[in-house]
Design a protein around this ligand. Structure first.
Ligand code: N01
Length: 543
């Protein structure tokens, strides 16, 4: 860990996850003084924090990595969907290859940043008392970083162990033989429930909204030497093609939906396709089907009905089945982030697992020893798992006291709606940039792809500033208004528009209900970013 004091920088990056590390790596050749401040004790971002039992990537490992051959050429994934431990090893491998840690301050949480107009710089302070002046302030603070814990009466009184999934103890917490309650059934709740069901004496899963999960179909990747060699050769040939292809698909993945619309296919064709996608596993049924699945409600309903039938067949008790896979779901299929599961539905066939449907029977309060629901039952528990999600996308930025040009904080500015230009900057906050933040493809794009696209773009902008002797870069209000209208307009054309999800800020009280990601897809996003650069960054005031 870097312990040398630093007081003046050209670029300060916040966060050492996929985007922050990439930003550091790409900025280095510019000869700038660049450092990362990272709140955690290690690099890896979400893959450091999310160490709850079962934490696992739900994007296939081929896609969920950097495209740099220096990194992938001698890295081998063991699983198609790697667990948190393997992800941590990956980040250490990245560090070995790129020698990043010497420029990273770990255990260093940025608390505030204040723009100094006279010095055209930011003054940034940290929890550990560091004060640094930096010309550029780049937030790579992550999409799902700020844990959200709902206010439930009595929560503080609970005497057992209580942890949010993203603040799980790093030295572990054995659930064997314990009475465990999991509140929340998003991706984290599903993963931790699967693990707890296997070892807890009792698991109670508190579900507010049913989450239609798809079978992960996890598999190990060729571990014998012959297979490894074969895989290596294949990688060398196919990876460069795959990474180029990822820039041509809406979600920055190696695959995309069919060009065909649902009802242009016969019922037989449709059924066979759904079967094939379901068997393929992962996100296939969500992202590889007909092109109108996320824009046409009737098309979407058909996929949901198919998924529901498959799922109900796995759950013995029809009453439980109806709760987990209701006939009338609250959201269209896939407009809330699809989670992958391994045996999530089967755990509810076990005697030690109970589902409490909060829509019928809400939580009234938490006591010293458990959870009391409206029907008067006290569910006694030893371990309470808060799998209750995050103040997503903008939350990691608004959590910091950032004060821009007119003494206004970013929190205040975005309190009535997020305004950014290209999802990288916001007017009145000169020389401040963010990656994987609001109004970028963030929530609907493969993380590493988004990190690289935005990271390269920002590095080129800084190179331009260096060459042109530009001290100050600020988004124009009219450019950001135009971008906002595009973000809202594209979203309104889809079923995402009504999603009650972290995609729209719907999970956080008083957060504006609006699309937090640009969902127009990676090719359009890249085109708009490329045009901005080719036109001399006209959407920015350069001085
Ligand atoms: O969070 P979530 P998550 N009372 O917001 C419930 C990524 N991720 O941590 O749906 C009761 O999805 C809430 O209920 P409802 C992935 O992108 C990736 O699970 O709002 N329940 C919901 O069920 C994912 O999408 C991996 O009605 C309450 C749950 O808590 C994102 O992170 C692994 C409640 C929150 O679900 C977030 O996932 C894990 C309350 N008061 C996560 N408040 C990978 O594998 C909230 N809930 C890559």
């Amino acid at each position: 860990m870097n312990q040398e004091p630093c007081t003046e920088l050209d670029v300060l990056i916040v966060g050492a996850g996929f985007s922050g590390l990439y930003q550091l790596h790409t900025l280095r050749p510019l000869g700038l003084r660049v450092k990362i401040f990272e709140a955690a004790a290690d690099i890896g971002g979400v893959w450091h924090w999310n160490c709850y039992p079962g934490a696992r990537v739900d994007t296939s490992s081929d896609s969920y990595q950097y495209s740099m051959s220096t990194i992938w050429k001698d890295w081998h994934w063991n699983e198609m969907f790697p667990g948190q431990g393997e992800m941590q090893k990956y980040f250490h491998h990245v560090d070995d290859k790129l020698d990043l840690k010497k420029d990273i301050y770990l255990n260093t949480r940025v608390r505030s940043a204040k723009w100094q107009e006279c010095q055209k710089s930011w003054i940034v302070t940290t929890d550990s008392g560091i004060v640094v002046k930096t010309r550029f302030f780049v937030l790579c603070a992550g999409v799902n970083t700020e844990p959200f814990i709902p206010k439930i009466e009595g929560l503080d009184a609970f005497k057992g162990a209580c942890h949010h999934t993203a603040r799980w103890p790093h030295d572990g917490l054995d659930l064997t033989g314990k009475r465990v309650a999991v509140i929340g059934t998003g991706a984290s709740g599903v993963q931790v429930s699967q693990e707890a069901a296997a070892c807890a004496s009792k698991l109670t899963v508190f579900q507010r909204t049913a989450n239609p999960c798809l079978p992960m179909r996890q598999r190990r990747i060729n571990t014998c030497m012959v297979e490894l060699e074969k895989h290596k050769k294949l990688k060398e040939e196919l990876y460069p093609i795959m990474f180029r292809r990822m820039l041509q698909t809406p979600g920055g993945l190696a695959y995309a939906c069919l060009p065909q619309t649902t009802f242009s296919a016969t019922p037989e064709e449709r059924r066979l396709l759904y079967e094939q996608l379901y068997e393929q596993g992962g996100v296939a049924l969500w992202l590889l089907g007909y092109s109108d699945m996320l824009t046409d409600k009737a098309a979407n309903d058909e996929v949901y009905a198919f998924w529901r039938k498959k799922t109900l067949a796995r759950i013995k008790d029809p009453k439980v089945g109806e709760k987990l896979a209701p006939e009338k779901p609250e959201n269209a299929f896939g407009v809330k982030r699809i989670s992958l599961e391994q045996n999530f539905y089967e755990i509810f066939n076990q005697d030690n697992v109970e589902l409490v449907n909060l829509k019928d029977n809400p939580i009234e309060r938490i006591t010293e020893s458990g959870i009391v629901t409206k029907d008067g039952t006290e569910h006694t528990v030893d371990v309470l798992v808060m799998a209750t999600g995050f103040d997503s996308i903008s939350g990691s930025i608004t959590a910091i006291d950032i004060e821009g040009k007119k003494g206004v904080s970013i929190r205040e500015k975005w309190s009535q709606g997020t305004h950014t230009y290209l999802g990288v900057a916001s007017s009145d906050f000169p020389n401040m940039f963010f990656t994987m933040g609001p109004q970028a493809p963030s929530g609907l794009c493969n993380g590493p792809t988004c990190a690289e696209i935005q990271g390269d773009w920002l590095t080129n902008l800084m190179k331009y500033a260096q060459n042109e002797h530009i001290e100050c870069i600020e988004a124009r209000p009219e450019a950001e208004e135009g971008w906002r209208q595009l973000v809202l307009g594209v979203n309104a054309m889809t079923l995402f528009a009504n999603a009650k999800s972290w995609y729209n800020g719907a999970n956080i009280e008083n957060k504006p209900f609006e699309p937090l990601s640009f969902i127009g897809g990676i090719p359009l996003y890249m085109q708009r970013c490329r045009e901005e650069a080719e036109n001399g960054y006209k959407g920015f005031i350069l001085s």
